[in-house]
Design a protein around this ligand. Structure first.
Ligand SMILES: Cc1cc2nc3c(=O)[nH]c(=O)nc-3n(C[C@H](O)[C@H](O)[C@H](O)COP(=O)(O)OP(=O)(O)OC[C@H]3O[C@@H](n4cnc5c(N)ncnc54)[C@H](O)[C@@H]3O)c2cc1C
Length: 316
């Protein structure tokens, strides 16, 4: 038998978890689905140990702690959490329920859909070095799986965005030494993070790329090259963390006729998309004045769920 829900939330990042909670709090029968084996979206995949300072009520909280709380809040009610459920099809049935099908062929149905897929499927960009794959998980990572692996090690971080800056700041207190290289002369991450890092023990090279990885079966040394001053150096490095962004993969979103602007789904003031009974919240939604932050996503959820309630639908 196929399970039918009042509300199906696609994406179990912070915003999707909150959407699941708030819809269930309002007595709707809810399922939250996510492609990944864990909840938490970008917070767990990209910056699990980073401190977050701008979520109301938390002067300071790590991404992992915040996700734990959000998960507990969502599961306070009877919410079906379906992980490793990568949505590949979303289609409207004759009875006005949506049919949601995963890559593995699992199917559920939902009357209302809240899309909270953030930047899409989180697939880290890989270093363009022929030998890089050989060192994957042998000293080279794109996502930190276990911070302890970096403790007392010499670490190289590659990248110039928030992920690179945040990890470099974090590693300064954990690793034996941290070098950050960025191929451009300007960092694109938050300026405050860069300032903090510049005052720390981290060695920073701009206009510098990773041009070689060496070692017997694991990372032992790297070669870095500065394109402006035209120098090349070798460094003794045991861990490389590639933070050169992730490729946004919108997948099924592209196929069902949403109005897409700047890579996100256009939503109106009620977070409704142009597709009947489908809402877009969090980083994936594009609406006037949007800011891609956790708190603004929570606000989107309040608006969307209240709109569903206002449409006069009594929960089943
Ligand atoms: C390095 C960094 C630091 C940041 N720091 C802060 C900060 O300090 N404060 C702050 O407020 N914000 C911060 N942000 C931004 C914040 O992480 C995002 O605004 C937030 O993650 C958006 O949440 P979301 O739930 O909309 O999407 P996401 O966190 O992207 O979660 C989306 C989920 O949808 C799932 N998904 C995607 N496609 C499918 C599919 N087809 N089927 C099933 N599931 C799917 C994904 O697997 C993922 O789990 C930071 C971002 C970065 C990169």
């Amino acid at each position: 038998m196929i399970d039918v829900y009042d509300v199906v939330v696609i994406g179990a990042g912070p915003v999707g978890l909150y959407a699941g909670f708030f819809a269930a709090e309002n007595k709707f029968r809810v399922a939250i689905v996510d492609a990944l084996p864990d909840v938490g979206g970008q917070l767990i995949a990209l910056y699990p140990q980073k401190f977050i300072f701008d979520v109301a009520g938390y002067p300071q909280v790590t991404a992992t702690q915040l996700v734990d709380k959000l998960k507990r809040q969502a599961l306070k009610h009877h919410v079906s959490l379906l992980l490793e459920f990568k949505v590949v099809t979303l289609s409207l049935c004759e009875d006005e329920n949506y049919r949601i099908v995963s890559e593995q062929g699992r199917e559920i149905r939902g009357r209302y859909i809240i899309i909270a897929v953030g930047a899409g499927l989180i697939t880290p960009r890989k270093l363009e070095l022929p030998e890089a794959d050989k060192y994957l998980d042998r000293g080279l990572e794109y996502v930190v799986k276990d911070v302890e692996e970096y403790r007392h090690r010499r670490v190289l971080i590659v990248g110039g965005g928030d992920t690179a800056l945040d990890w470099a700041s974090f590693m300064v207190d954990v690793a034996e030494g941290v070098t950050l290289i960025h191929r451009s002369s300007r960092f694109v991450g938050f300026e405050g993070s860069l300032r903090r890092l510049q005052q720390s023990a981290c060695t920073i090279y701009t206009d510098t790329g990773l041009t070689g990885i060496f070692g017997e079966g694991k990372v032992e040394r790297v070669q870095i090259t500065n394109s402006k001053e035209r120098w090349t150096k070798e460094l003794e490095i045991e861990r490389i963390l590639g933070c050169i962004g992730f490729t946004p993969k919108l997948g099924f979103i592209k196929e069902i006729g949403f109005e897409i602007t700047e890579g996100s789904i256009r939503a109106d003031e009620n977070m409704r998309t142009n597709v009947t009974s489908v809402y877009a919240v969090g980083d994936i939604s594009n609406h006037p004045g949007r800011i891609k932050l956790i708190s603004t996503g929570f606000g989107n959820v309040q608006i969307a769920v209240n709109d569903i309630i206002r449409r006069g639908n009594s929960p089943s």
